[in-house]
Design a protein around this ligand. Structure first.
Ligand code: ATP
Length: 721
């Protein structure tokens, strides 16, 4: 049987029948496809690699806030911290700030820690607590104090830091017990602080603005290298050029609500004390204050702050419901989350045990829109604009009034003839604070918080002090005539706004009486709150408002705060920063920008080099020209003798070249126009000797009366204005 021939396969048939052209066409097509696919793949890989490289390069430069990452901070129990500090024994107190007391503690493993226990839970402290956790908690740098953890239990708020054995620069420079710092250390500290700011401004993405650079926030480690701390007032620069903080918007708003609804409770409900009396404040920054008062108003640029998820209303309401200010017991609720430019803060919350509930409305993407022309009634708008000076007086005004009240109604022991001799002795040490010179009680006369009693007034009369006071008043009035008229017009304008009791009171008074009025208003208010509490036992902090004076003398800033006034100019919704260190353009009314930190750095450099406080009123009026460190420095720069500013305690043991570099650099940082101040990167380079220092500008600020600032010249200046 013949075998069945194999049927030819179609392929064979095709191969056999088709012309070779078909084959070549397919081949070409196949080849083309392969090549183009490979090219696409190659390009994609190339693109991917480029992206990888690009992000790697960027990552190397900055530390992005990984907002989605939960905080890697240890949560301590209150019990644990209590044990570490021996029941918060006063013997373990290492410092006291505006918001709380700092204790030294030792953990079970023997590690030393610093524990900051907030005095009370108010909206202010809450904001600062959160700021500290969310900003400092997310940053690691050898130039920043490390935040190790926190404790949140009921109404207790505690922050745990690495322990800095040499405490603060404030103590090293001004405390009697400290031997002082040699020049090399001082220069290193200047460089360390500059590098810390370099890290915050340039090394972080988005940049962080510290907002409160001052000696008590510069802590020293074992080797006396500096690290900066206290991020309670810091801001993350998130939107365009404006520094926006995480909490002030909502808390500012909440505070308004809180005040208006007059909640009762154990939580501090005090209005942020603005322009209220200062208990023991021996120092006044004339030049800065006047300079601040004369600087132009902040611009009212329109902008948006998007996606601010606010639940402080519910937070607020929750507190109010509780009545006693205690917070409930719900777990894992966030205090707030902020979504700005894609930055989602929702995961960066402190897991609270307390009943802080989400507000559905607010968390469903509420948008805070700040637009000058717009009519949007979103959250925070009222607060924002009030802060900008459209309704309430801003810190500049308060500073003016404060100075007026200082010169006008009080007997100032600093200008006392009799105290001259004592202080002259004290002047040997150029940084002897006033309280050391005159004794603690005398300070009360100087301060704003404690106007002189009848007895003190009589005493001051017998000392024939009036003449000098009058002289000062005249000088001050003359110096600020234009400003006063402007302000009184403004006060009339405020009448219409009917903003608050404060403003109503303001318009009824002449400018010089305002300080006094603040005092009485405040006094009345505090008595209403606690009739048994003596005003003398309280002290004023701009940051915290009135607070009870702690009898325990700690080594901290309270104790050595000769610059009591420079201690705190608030973290209230309308005033932030520390007077004498705060930039004039900011002054609590403007937007916190990097250049505000640069200004504070300028003041700090002068303080470090001179070993003096920014404002150091000595006992003789003749010394007033030296009272204001900044204006004295400017004066010395004009006469080409900046080295006179160097701390006398250093004798001749300092590097003259470095010292004049520091002073000149400080002068550049202290320019009124923020744009004229150098960037932090340049400052670091200048300090390292990698860049030439720019030419020193001469920027004059109003100065106290002295031989070198004649009356005719002042009048001329006024006319020019
Ligand atoms: N980590 C720390 N290690 C050692 N001492 C510390 C530490 N943190 C704070 N202190 C001390 O406690 C003092 C008070 O610090 P705190 O930050 O509470 O207040 P402040 O900066 O003086 O004022 P404010 O908080 O009102 O700005 C500091 O001046 C310092 O002496």
């Amino acid at each position: 049987m013949p075998s069945r021939p194999f049927a030819s396969s179609p392929a064979t048939a095709v191969a056999g029948d088709s012309p070779p052209v078909f084959f070549s066409k397919t081949k070409v097509l196949f080849l083309a496809l392969t090549i183009s696919a490979s090219v696409v793949i190659f390009l994609s890989v190339l693109y991917f690699l480029y992206h990888l490289w690009h992000s790697f390069v960027h990552r190397a430069k900055t530390i992005p806030f990984d907002s989605s990452a939960p905080l890697k901070l240890q949560r301590f129990s209150y019990k644990e911290l209590k044990r570490a500090t021996n029941h918060f024994d006063s013997a373990n107190i290492i410092g006291k700030g505006g918001s709380g007391t700092v204790f030294r503690g030792i953990l079970r493993d023997g590690k030393s820690i610093a524990i900051k226990r907030l005095d009370s839970v108010s909206l202010e402290t809450e904001r600062e607590f959160q700021n500290e956790l969310q900003i400092l908690g997310g940053l690691r740098s050898p130039f920043l104090v490390t935040l190790l953890g926190y404790c949140v239990e009921k109404n207790k708020r505690v922050l745990v830091y690495e322990y800095m054995p040499n405490r603060s620069l404030q103590e090293s420079l001004f405390s009697d017990g400290f031997s002082g710092l040699c020049w090399e250390r001082r220069f290193d500290i200047v460089l360390d602080v500059a590098r810390a700011l370099e890290f915050l401004h340039l090394g972080c993405d988005p940049p962080v603005i510290h907002g409160d650079i001052k000696p008590s926030n510069v802590l020293l480690d074992m080797e006396q290298r500096a690290k900066i701390s206290d991020f309670g007032l810091s801001r993350i620069k998130v939107e365009g050029e404006f520094g926006v903080d995480l909490f002030s918007q909502e808390l500012g708003r909440s505070q308004e609500l809180w005040k208006s609804q007059d909640y009762s409770g154990t939580l501090a409900t005090e209005t942020p004390a603005i322009g209220t009396p200062v208990e023991s404040n021996p120092e006044v920054d004339f030049a800065l204050a006047l300079q601040a008062s004369s600087s132009s108003k902040n611009s009212r640029a329109s902008y948006n702050v998007k996606g601010l998820n606010l639940n402080s209303l519910s937070y607020n309401a929750n507190i109010s419901n509780e009545g006693d200010g205690k917070l409930g017991n719900e777990k894992g609720k966030e205090v707030s989350s902020l979504d700005v430019n894609g930055v989602d803060w929702s995961n960066r919350f402190v897991p609270y045990d307390c009943g802080i509930e989400h507000s559905k409305d607010l968390n469903s993407g509420a948008v805070l829109s700040v637009d000058d022309g717009g009519n949007a009634k979103q959250w925070g708008k009222d607060w924002w604009w009030r802060q900008d000076g459209s309704g309430e007086l801003c810190s500049k005004d308060y500073v003016m009034e404060w100075i007026g009240s200082q010169i006008y109604p009080t007997a100032n022991p600093d200008w006392d003839e009799e105290s001259k001799n004592i202080s002259e002795k004290a002047n040997c040490n150029c940084s002897v604070p006033l309280e050391n010179v005159n004794g603690g009680s005398k300070i009360l006369e100087f301060g704003f918080e404690n106007p002189p009693t009848e007895l003190e007034r009589k005493e001051s009369k017998t000392r024939n002090n009036k003449k000098k006071q009058k002289k000062m008043q005249e000088w001050w009035k003359e110096e600020n005539f234009a400003e006063i008229s402007r302000k009184s017009n403004k006060a009339k304008g405020i009448k219409a706004s009917a903003c608050s009791k404060w403003n109503k009171s303001l318009q009824q008074l002449s400018h010089f009486g305002l300080g006094k009025q603040f005092y009485f208003l405040r006094r009345k208010r505090s008595r209403q709150q606690d009739p048994n509490q003596s005003d003398l036992n309280r002290e004023f902090s701009f940051r915290r408002g009135w607070k009870k004076k702690n009898n325990t003398q700690s080594i901290g800033s309270d104790m050595c705060s000769g610059d009591l006034f420079s201690r705190e100019l608030s973290s209230t919704t309308s005033m932030r920063g520390t007077l004498c260190y705060v930039a004039p353009e900011y002054g609590g009314c403007g937007f916190l920008m990097e250049k505000a930190d640069i200004y504070s750095l300028g003041v700090l450099i002068l303080v470090i080099v001179s070993g003096r406080r920014p404002l150091h009123v000595l006992a003789s009026p003749m010394k007033l020209e030296k009272a204001n460190l900044i204006s004295w420095c400017r004066h010395l720069a004009q006469s080409g003798n900046v080295l006179e500013l160097v701390d006398e305690r250093l004798k001749d043991e300092y590097n003259k070249e470095q010292a004049s570099l520091c002073i000149n650099l400080a002068l550049i940082c202290l320019q009124k126009m923020p744009e004229m101040r150098p960037e932090i990167g340049e400052i670091v380079k200048i300090l390292k000797g990698e860049m030439e220092i720019p030419q020193i500008p001469f920027e004059f600020s109003p100065s106290p009366p002295s031989k070198w600032f004649s009356r005719s010249r002042r009048k001329q200046k006024l006319n020019q204005e």
